[in-house]
Design a protein around this ligand. Structure first.
Ligand code: SAJ
Length: 450
């Protein structure tokens, strides 16, 4: 009976919700629950961002359809408010945790500092009969080993008896933050059956897709596995690309024909794997494994993907050498710095190590990107006088480039294309030397290559 009041408040939307962490996960969630009719307070340490949100302005940059408008509306209606104070949790029936859970760059171990700080503050402000749901991505076993003990210690309460505890890993995708909350199925891990049921009742207000209730460990495994799975798929495409390149074959043609085989879905090779999810979640997955488990494939996939920027740099050095140029002193323009096409998000972008490697070899590197603020410039200025253009990201603007104009502006007509951005025939017809990642440029006469 302890949680009947909570269950009723969740069902009739009178429950007060607090969301700790108002970033690209927490903010759309806060707006979604506010739109559904709940009163929501978002907690974020950054007072400037809090002030922005309370004035109805979204601090999230980039193209997020509907988010800015929804935020303005729910703030205006008084349904969403932001604060820097954890004390706001005291009035909350449900507290969602959406703080970052990165991995240490060197050790690849989970960095839970933000999570543990949040849990300690939440624990001190957690009321009996309330509920905590963790949306942050967690290494398998974290709910049991860290989240539950930290909350119990900070609150003096017992999970399952005095408060309910669950995890519902986020499934947001930059560029589709709001839409995904509504359309993506979610896994809910409950420390008790009651926690899973009430969490499902809560998310039913904002999610149209399946809500699959299970245990915490399974929920933690699903989230980290789904991203490790994608990372391995991408690594396979990248390894086959390097294989094809060494053979003088064309991976893009190979991939096209492989994917005609039933049940195949070979991914796209490229400059590497960036973003805030895929590069880190495989490490969270293996970090939670037992001592008797040795991760081989998952770690190998990470190594393949992390190696791609250097493979592209090597291709650039080869292109220059074919022109009789040493990479030292060569003028190279890297086109694309976001981690994903038509995005301004450059978190963990593969273009960064690519640029650093070329600079380490002594190239004079310039960077252009139509979305990443510090690299926005006129494309004609970006290519003028360059010895080599390296297409690192498949931004739409690059696919639509006037190649005749480019040809007139460059110092040498040489292109390395890491994302199959350009049409090979079109480029060659204009007299460019064109090297595409994963393609040994085999012409119709077998064996002819660069
Ligand atoms: N990438 C490739 N080849 C591919 C696909 C992606 O090189 O075939 C690269 C991208 O260029 C990028 C990185 O991998 O650098 C990640 O790309 P992504 O499409 O996976 O985009 P993310 O990082 O936004 O991934 C998110 C994930 N969603 C969540 O974690 C909730 C992922 O699970 C989704 O599959 C993905 O969005 C999506 O499909 O949009």
């Amino acid at each position: 009976m302890m949680f009947e009041t909570l269950r009723q408040r969740v069902r009739d939307k009178s429950a007060r919700i607090a969301i700790v962490g108002l970033g690209y996960v927490g903010l759309p969630v806060a707006c979604s629950f506010a739109r559904a009719g709940f009163r929501v307070v978002g907690i974020r340490r950054d007072a400037r961002k809090v002030a922005l949100i309370n004035s109805g302005i979204s601090p999230i940059e980039g193209n997020e359809p509907g988010l800015a408008e929804l935020l303005a509306a729910v703030v205006k209606e008084g349904r969403l408010r932001a604060s820097t104070e954890y004390g706001e949790c005291r009035a909350a029936d449900v507290i969602l945790v959406a703080v970052e859970t990165p991995v240490d760059a060197a050790t690849k171990e989970p960095d839970y500092r933000a999570l543990q700080t949040a849990l300690r503050f939440i624990g001190r402000n957690l009321k009996t009969g309330g509920m905590v749901i963790v949306e942050s991505t967690l290494s398998p076993g974290t709910m049991k080993r860290i989240v539950q003990p930290t909350l119990q210690e900070a609150s003096g309460l017992r999970a399952g008896e005095d408060f309910l505890l669950a995890t519902c890993p986020e499934r947001v995708m930059p560029g589709k933050l709001l839409a995904n909350i509504r359309s993506c199925s979610r896994v809910i891990g409950g420390t008790t059956a009651e926690a899973g049921e009430i969490a499902r009742d809560l998310y039913r207000h904002v999610v149209d897709a399946d809500l699959d209730v299970t245990d915490c460990l399974t929920a933690e495994l699903v989230k980290t596995t789904e991203n490790a799975y994608r990372d391995v798929q991408i690594a396979f495409a990248n390894e086959v690309a390097l294989l094809c390149q060494s053979l003088g074959a064309d991976v893009w043609r190979v991939r096209e024909l492989v994917n005609k085989s039933p049940g195949r879905q070979m991914h796209l090779p490229g400059t590497g794997v960036g973003g805030h999810c895929i590069p880190k979640d495989p490490w969270l997955l293996v970090a939670g494994a037992g001592d008797d488990f040795v991760a081989r494939l998952i770690c190998a996939a990470r190594a393949v993907n992390d190696g791609m920027p250097y493979a592209v740099a090597a291709l650039a050095r080869k292109a220059l050498s074919l022109d009789g140029l040493d990479v030292r002193g060569a003028r190279v323009a890297v086109l694309g710095y976001a981690y994903l096409e038509d995005s301004d998000d450059d978190r963990n972008s593969p273009s960064a190590p690519l640029v650093h490697q070329l600079q380490a070899w002594g190239a004079e590197v310039s960077v252009h990107d139509p979305y990443v603020k510090r690299y926005i410039s006129d494309i004609t200025a970006a290519v003028a006088g360059q010895d080599l253009l390296v297409f690192a990201v498949a931004h739409r603007q690059y696919r639509e480039l006037d190649l005749d104009m480019i040809r007139r502006l460059v110092r040498r007509p040489t292109i390395v294309d890491a994302r199959a951005v350009l049409d090979e025939q079109q480029v060659r017809a204009r007299g460019f030397r064109y090297l595409r990642l994963g393609s040994g440029c085999v012409s119709i006469e077998e064996g002819a290559s660069i």
